[in-house]
Design a protein around this ligand. Structure first.
Ligand SMILES: C[S@@+](CC[C@H](N)C(=O)[O-])C[C@H]1O[C@@H](n2cnc3c(N)ncnc32)[C@H](O)[C@@H]1O
Length: 256
């Protein structure tokens, strides 16, 4: 089963990147809508991606990245890497993903930003011990068949006291194992249930995501694409609303 999961996500994301081609789709997440009054100032060219950017800002904003050496695991099409590099000013930003088409897209699309994009596996990070001050991981760990290996690998490449800034979702019956894998490797500085904020973001992105899903796939795949995109009324969206799936964000610290 894990090998099947790995193969599914690997080819699904390669298919998606192939369909997206040179379209300006730089985020592959469900987004976050903050509480009233917490408006993140953005440049006008970033407004289109506000919900996805707000998710990255929510995850990474708990700690200053300024002057830090940052690794992002599973960067997808690099929108988060671009936002964090431009707005949060790290000293260096390295970003990996297992999808070669996504890495190729990132290198072409975000070329001026001096981000080191590489192909890599989240479960076996190919960097020396104690390399990074912070690791970012957004809406990707549910794809990894060996999640314990992912957390151990992040711990290995982080410096002592370094932080894993993390968000993702799980079905209800996987929550306990998820939190155990985390607690085996990190001190939990904060944990927040952001499901209501993700639902609010999905309500705002439904029309855009529906149009995108239809443009990027043949008719026979429209329903699957809509579900994957989490549009209102889809199985994924409903599972957030009825509590079958929970979306959590974490600030995790590598202990001494
Ligand atoms: C939902 S997308 C999120 C991408 C990005 N973090 C974002 O928010 O836009 C999940 C990403 O995880 C990547 N991924 C899945 N399994 C992986 C693995 N074993 N190692 C590295 N990346 C992986 C996929 O290729 C995909 O880009």
């Amino acid at each position: 089963m894990p090998a099947l999961t790995q193969t599914f996500w690997k080819y699904w994301y390669q298919y998606l990147s192939g369909r997206i081609g040179s379209d300006a789709v730089t985020f592959l997440n469900y987004g976050y809508w903050p509480p009233e009054g917490e408006t993140l100032p953005l440049d006008s060219q970033d407004e289109i991606d506000r919900p996805s950017i707000q998710l990255y800002h929510h995850v990474a904003g708990v700690s200053s990245l300024e002057g830090k050496n940052v690794l992002e695991v599973s960067c997808g099409h690099g929108g988060g890497a671009s936002f964090l590099t431009r707005y949060h000013r790290p000293a260096s930003y390295t970003a990996i993903d297992q999808n070669p088409k996504a890495i190729d897209f990132c290198r072409r699309t975000h070329a001026p930003l001096n981000i080191d994009f590489r192909i890599g596996d989240a479960q076996a990070l190919d960097f020396p011990e104690n390399s990074f001050d912070a690791v970012i991981n957004v809406e990707a760990s549910h794809c990894y068949p060996d999640q314990a290996a992912f957390y151990a690998s992040v711990k290995h490449v982080l410096k002592t006291g370094g932080q894993l800034l993390h968000a993702d979702f799980r079905p209800r019956d996987e929550l306990l194992q998820w939190e155990k894998d985390i607690a085996d490797n990190f001190q939990v500085a904060s944990k927040t249930d952001i499901t209501p904020h993700v639902i609010r973001a999905l309500q705002r992105t439904t029309e855009r995501f529906r149009a995108l899903a239809h443009r990027l796939s043949p008719k026979i795949l429209h329903r699957a694409m809509e579900t994957f995109a989490g549009i209102e009324g889809s199985a994924i969206y409903n599972s957030f609303v009825n509590g079958e799936r929970t979306y959590l964000s974490f600030q995790l610290v590598k202990p001494a």
